[in-house]
Design a protein around this ligand. Structure first.
Ligand code: EPZ
Length: 436
């Protein structure tokens, strides 16, 4: 089991190139199931979740090829390396319509094959995902949406069996009583091949949804309302192949902003997309971090002699504060002078980083889905354990600011969502090494 060893107290200086967004690449890969032609995705990050999705699609019958499109230069403060891949996917047919438990149980996003295979093959069997570290995470909203397009859903021995009417799905009105990123992505893909028009009400507005819609449009889909909570899809009989570049990862970007906020220094993030960070940049500025942006770069500076101000945060769907940034910003707020109240409204168990931060000196009280951070409590190095993807990043941010050498175990959680994180940070002066 790999561990990370971090010696804190080193400000960060240099440049980091942001990788392709994991949460965009995963649905984009599933969209390739909708056509017999080749779909080529560039700027695909090299992450465990991407590999798992690739395995899932291959067992459905997809042919995949990977081409390294990295800039290849080694990571240095002046010329950061850029490791990206061009992934081509061709699904001429889908001989296997079953998404098996052993793959689905390792990655919740596997449910995203439901809509495309149902739309194209009119029948699909997907294992129920089961819970995950941060909550139960059911799929009821996905299933109700498919039923609105005429699908018959039956649950049998832990699998969802979905069947479309004779002739395929029928366009209709989909109403989400709760905003769901995955359910919006699933029904958006299914609706592109349904007969007639589908209107999705209360759709999620995350940038990854817009990225998926742009890909589908480039494949010949007819979608309007991008970026709003009402998406209209006019079904077409077939979609064609395309070439498309995955958007930069807004959560990786926000994570690096939080790292500099606590470690101090001056870092420029390249191939970023500040517009996709919603209120994250505004909040960090209010807290006391200097941030300057252009369309595709962000310069972040923090002078450690300047105190940070507390801020109350509530996680909400985009464009409000993202749940995927909650652990990272909570870590920053432990160093603010005063109390910050953080409410997590999206997931029911996303405070597992709190006890680990406590071991490093943080003073955080939890009541239900609200955490009260009492700052400032300087971090002391300690051995800590990662519990989920974004919690891993919060512990790294704490360790970068802690006095002494910290070790972080179970970083397989980290490898699901951050590519070569220790290389990117080390190139900016962090003392961080991966211990096999
Ligand atoms: C996506 O998960 C992201 N994952 C998550 O990022 C992110 O935290 C989440 O959206 C919210 O922004 C990917 O894109 C692969 P939801 P998703 O459906 O689609 C409940 C990360 O760290 N719900 O918007 O699964 C659900 O339990 C990951 O990169 C239902 O009740 O999230 C949750 O409480 C973690 N029924 C809330 O809605 C359903 O049918 C939001 O879930 C579906 C969801």
């Amino acid at each position: 089991m790999d561990k990370l060893r971090i010696t804190g107290g080193k400000p960060l200086h240099g440049k980091i190139i942001i990788g392709g967004a994991k949460n965009a690449a995963l649905p984009l890969m599933c969209a390739a199931l909708l056509t017999r032609e080749k779909v080529t995705l560039d700027n695909v990050p090299y992450l465990a979740d991407i590999t798992t999705m690739a395995k899932l699609l291959v067992q459905h019958g997809a042919f995949l090829s990977l081409r390294d499109t990295s800039a290849g230069t080694p990571f240095t403060p002046d010329m950061p390396g850029h490791y990206s891949r061009e992934l081509s996917l061709t699904c001429e047919s889908i001989p296997n319509i079953v998404a098996p438990y052993e793959l689905v149980s390792t990655m919740r996003a596997s449910i995203l094959v439901l809509g495309p295979i149902l739309a194209r093959e009119h029948k699909v069997r997907v294992s129920l995902p089961g819970g995950c570290a941060i909550g139960a995470r059911p799929v009821d909203l996905h299933l109700k949406a498919m039923q609105a397009l005429g699908a018959k859903i039956t649950l049998e021995d832990g699998y969802v069996l979905a069947e479309a009417p004779q002739g395929g799905l029928i366009g209709g009105d989909v109403y989400f009583e709760k905003v769901s990123v995955g359910a919006t992505e699933n029904i958006l893909m299914a609706a592109t091949l349904a007969r007639g028009t589908t209107t999705i009400h209360n759709a999620a507005r995350e940038p990854e949804i817009t990225d998926l819609a742009e890909l589908l449009i480039s494949m010949g889909a007819d979608i309007s309302g991008l970026g709003t909570s009402t998406l209209t899809v006019r079904g077409v009989t077939a979609l064609s192949g395309t070439t498309y570049r995955v958007i930069p990862d807004r959560i990786e970007t926000g994570s690096f902003l939080c790292a500099v906020a606590l470690a101090g220094g001056d870092v420029e993030l390249l191939d970023a997309r500040p517009a996709t960070l919603g209120v994250v940049i505004d909040y960090l500025r209010e807290i006391g971090v200097d941030i300057d942006t252009t369309d595709d770069t962000i310069r972040v500076r923090r002078d450690l002699s300047k105190p940070l101000k507390p801020k109350n945060i509530t996680t909400e769907p985009f464009p409000d504060f993202p749940t995927d940034m909650q652990a990272q910003l909570m870590t920053v707020l432990t160093q603010a002078e005063g109390d910050s109240v953080i409410s997590e409204t999206i997931f029911e168990n996303r405070f597992m980083h709190v006890p680990e931060l406590g071991r490093m000196g943080a003073n955080i009280a939890i009541t239900g889905n609200t955490a009260t951070v009492h700052g400032a409590t300087p971090f002391k190095a300690a051995p800590v354990m990662a519990t989920d993807l974004r919690a891993s990043m919060s512990l790294i941010i704490a360790a970068l600011a802690a006095d002494g050498i910290s070790t972080i175990s179970r970083i397989y959680h980290l490898d699901r969502g951050y590519e070569r994180l220790e290389e990117k940070l080390a190139a900016c002066g962090a003392m961080i090494t991966r211990v096999r």
